[in-house]
Design a protein around this ligand. Structure first.
Ligand code: FAD
Length: 459
């Protein structure tokens, strides 16, 4: 009897835990998401090729003074510049919070490095370069190779077509594709009644680099997210006037900004007029030289061919199970880094571990039907709360639960308590000290906890 039992047990084991598999995986993009995806996929035993259209790793963090020919980025024939960084950019997260979980973003007290807690963009690029070297990821990357097509091949596998800078087309078949192409490149523009007759200049924050072109100008800047706040302050150092048009500002905050003699806060723009005036809701108007749209970005996957299985509607990429897998094509197609208002590096790290474990059969995904139901329930909950679909990937308020859920799937420790607390403290500090939060803070105790944790990671 015991032999029969052992045989049955072996059969059950064989059906419920399929053997681990190594897949051939194409990763599109070598920014933070693609780098950590490549590391996790290789760690899991997959064979990975990372396609990167640029000539180095780092994605967004590769600053360039270059801008696009169309300053608002709507000309489909313009040559695309990937990064949206401006010269003065410093991180809006403390480095302890921002870094990958098992490769902390610690200070390097050496010449040429920026040891500030909220460092400039170059330091982030150097950190990503260090990460690439530490895990020998560059050997997986094909630089100057742009993916122009990724779609299902007849075999049920994925065809990936790329073009090198020299114009050579390469056509290949992969088991799986992981999309890591970033989502801060394709500008979203505000809709302004009357704008076509307005005689001024328009630009999107994507093409903002330095304040110099705005010297002595009257600028209307639309937006109040992190980069809008930075850019308005940057421009105010040289401009005649900066008028910020922002959604959801309390009435008592409208008017001149305290501490600045040439900045005003307004409600949203009502219209732009032929005589050069920009009219705000409530009736105020200014005669402006420039309207600067700091109004966010659109998801864009020009290379992806899924015959309508995946769509971007109202800037919601879907249907996606947990913002990663399209139920219909899972696990062979996945997306890393779509959520916003989050701490991106650790989030990408979690998603990548999950994808890698699922592709090898170490971690199980629910059935297609269950995933479809989950996505439906998610969309219904957005609707029930009156949240437009374009906020579907804004998971800020639940990002830690989200990370912890994935960590649990992967058998990885949940997010450190200090990281959550520090994120909260940094957000609060930014509200209290919008001008100086990067250089003044009070969460010293949390910094010590993080450093203690990092010293354990290193040992
Ligand atoms: P990206 O870094 O954009 O990388 C995508 C890569 O894909 C690029 O290298 C691109 O060349 C490549 N690619 C695209 N299409 C193709 C193709 N078809 N073929 C081949 N390669 C392709 N995050 C923080 O944590 N802290 C901050 O302080 C912070 N500040 C920010 C400030 C600004 C102005 C912006 C825009 C973003 C900021 N972020 C910040 C978010 C930042 O985007 C993420 O930190 C992170 O860089 C996202 O990485 P990613 O790999 O998803 O995308």
């Amino acid at each position: 009897r015991s032999t029969v039992f052992a045989t049955i047990q072996r059969q059950v084991m064989a059906t419920t835990i399929p053997p681990l598999r190594s897949r051939r995986v194409a990763v599109i993009g070598a920014g933070a998401a693609g780098l950590v995806a490549a590391r996790e996929l290789r760690r899991e035993g997959h064979r990975v090729v990372v396609f990167e259209r640029g000539d180095q790793v780092g994605g967004t963090w590769v600053y360039t003074s270059e801008v696009e020919s169309d300053p608002i980025g709507i000309d489909p024939n313009r040559a695309v510049v990937h990064s949206s960084l401006y010269q003065s950019l410093r991180t809006n997260l403390p480095r302890e919070v921002m870094g990958f979980r098992d490769y902390p973003f610690v200070r390097r007290e050496v010449k040429g490095r920026d040891s500030r807690r909220f460092p400039g963009h170059k330091e982030v690029l150097m950190y990503l370069q260090d990460f690439t070297s530490a895990f020998e990821i560059a050997e997986l990357v094909r630089f100057e190779s742009e993916v122009v097509f990724a779609g299902l091949a007849e075999s049920g596998k994925w065809r990936v077509r790329s073009i090198t800078k020299g114009g050579v087309t390469v056509d290949e078949i992969y088991d799986a594709v992981v999309v890591c192409n970033g989502h801060y490149t394709q500008p979203h523009i505000a809709d302004i009644p009357g704008i076509t007759a307005w005689p001024g200049k328009q630009m999107h924050g994507h093409n903002y680099r330095t304040p110099d072109p705005f010297r002595d100008q009257v600028v209307v800047l639309i937006g109040n997210a992190a980069s809008a706040v930075d850019i308005s302050r940057d421009i105010a150092t040289v401009a005649k006037e900066v008028h910020i048009a922002a959604r959801s500002v309390e009435d008592n905050k409208l008017g001149k900004l305290p501490g600045h003699d040439n900045m005003w806060l307004h409600s949203m723009i009502d219209s732009a007029l032929e005589d050069g005036r920009v009219v705000f809701r409530g009736g105020n108007a200014v005669c402006a030289d420039v309207i600067l749209h700091c109004t966010g970005y659109k998801y864009n996957f020009p290379f992806l061919q899924t015959d309508g299985t995946i769509t971007v509607e109202d800037n919601c990429v879907g249907p996606l199970y947990k913002h990663v897998f399209p139920p219909e094509l899972a696990p062979w197609l996945s997306f890393v880094g779509l959520p916003w208002k989050v701490v991106p590096f650790p989030l990408c790290e979690h998603q990548s571990k999950w994808i890698a474990g699922i592709l090898s059969n170490r971690i199980a995904l629910p059935s297609k039907e269950e995933m479809v139901e989950d996505v439906k329930a998610f969309y219904s909950s957005l609707e029930a709360f009156g949240i437009p679909k374009r906020y579907a990937h804004n998971i800020g308020p639940v990002q830690w639960d989200y990370n912890d859920w994935i960590a649990d799937q992967c058998g990885f420790p949940v997010i450190e308590e200090w990281r959550k607390e520090m994120y909260k403290a940094a957000s609060k500090n930014r509200t209290i000290r919008p001008e100086s939060y990067r250089d003044e803070w009070e969460d010293h105790e949390l910094i010590l906890q993080a450093q203690e944790d990092f010293s354990n990671t290193a040992s």
